[in-house]
Design a protein around this ligand. Structure first.
Ligand code: G3H
Ligand code: 13P
Ligand code: ZN
Length: 311
């Protein structure tokens, strides 16, 4: 089976009240950990690559790793550009074999966001590729862009119909209180996503797939493990998983998770070195790290996204 677009996945997810996991990939062990979990659970999958990942690992290496995962798993896998910042970056991924791209012009004024998104949609659709766009701004860090909590803004539901009809985008990322990275909410606070905004958006865009970025839950066990084994992470709080499950049962069809995989991988490697200070073979510490990613993804698929047995 070749790489697929997210069109069919989203249709089934919308109707079935679940979401597809979109996990960020940067190297072989991450690709393997994610795809082995999805294979065991027979789950459809979106693997996404950021501009930073392309700069780190190289487009062709990532492409070939994902193609290998398709052969190994026989699963429907969509390869997606995460946070494309320009038409040129999106074009390069479309020309280079991705089946989905995000154009993130959410920090630009509304009219400009429409203009650049429309340009990407026209090129992508001509090449059989689907496009995710974004309205509203999330707090946090993505590539070199840092948005402070004060500068973030919820999506304005009254803008979504005009945006979608003028751009022709295939899915829409919205801001309802999630944010990127491990430090989403102050320790001690009880995060609450704005389900009223999600409901209003869904009412205005019936049947249309909605995307949530910044959806890591920052499990405390991993933060504690990192700190126990020599790390120094300040208090970190993520998005409660029960709220993500609720969003997945509504119109949210794609949920982006990256930081939780980073935490699982780093905590495991720190533990390994603390317990085996004499070891230096990368295979010995990357093997448990890959297993930790696999377990994290399996948990997300079964307990949060609800997409197990939906491939
Ligand atoms: O939203 C951003 C993703 O977590 C990717 O992060 O830009 O550091 O690769 P990155
Ligand atoms: P997290 O940092 O919450 O994992 O979000 C990842 C993301 O949105 C990738 O686009
Ligand atoms: Zn994101």
């Amino acid at each position: 089976m070749p790489l697929v677009t997210s069109t069919e996945m989203f249709k089934k997810a919308y109707d079935g009240g679940y979401a597809i996991g979109a996990f960020n990939v940067n190297n072989m062990e991450i690709v393997q950990g994610i795809t082995e979990a999805a294979k065991d659970l027979n789950a459809p999958l979106i693997l996404q690559v950021s501009k930073g990942a392309r700069a780190y690992a190289n487009h062709t290496y990532l492409m070939k790793l994902v193609e290998a995962a398709v052969i190994e798993t026989q699963l429907p896998i969509c390869l997606h550009l995460d946070h494309g910042d320009t038409f040129e970056t999106c074009k390069s991924c479309i020309d280079g074999g991705f089946t989905s791209v995000m154009i993130d012009a959410s920090s630009k004024p509304f009219a400009e966001n429409i203009e650049i998104t429309k340009q990407v949609v026209e090129y992508a659709h001509d090449h059989g590729v689907v496009v995710e766009a974004e309205l509203g701004t999330l707090a946090g860090i993505e590539d070199e862009v840092k948005v402070s909590a004060e500068d973030s803004s919820y999506t304005r539901p009254e803008e979504v119909e005009e945006f979608v009809s003028k751009t022709g985008c295939d899915s829409l990322a919205i801001a309802i209180g999630t944010s990127h990275g491990a430090y989403k909410f102050k320790p001690g606070t009880k995060p609450q996503l704005r389900f009223d905004v999600l409901e209003e958006v869904s009412k205005r865009l019936p049947g249309f797939p909605i995307v949530l970025h910044g959806s890591s839950s920052v499990p405390q066990e991993f933060v504690e493990k990192i700190n126990h084994f020599g790390g120094n992470m300040p208090g970190a709080v993520g998005v409660p998983e029960d709220q993500l499950r609720k969003a997945a049962s509504m119109s949210v069809c794609k949920i982006n998770i990256d930081s939780d995989l980073r935490l699982a991988m780093t905590a495991t490697i720190r533990e390994f070195f603390a317990e085996h200070p004499d070891k230096f073979d990368p295979r010995e510490y990357l093997k448990p790290a890959r297993q930790a990613i696999k377990e994290m993804v399996a948990h997300k698929i079964k307990d949060v996204l609800g997409c197990d047995n939906k491939a």
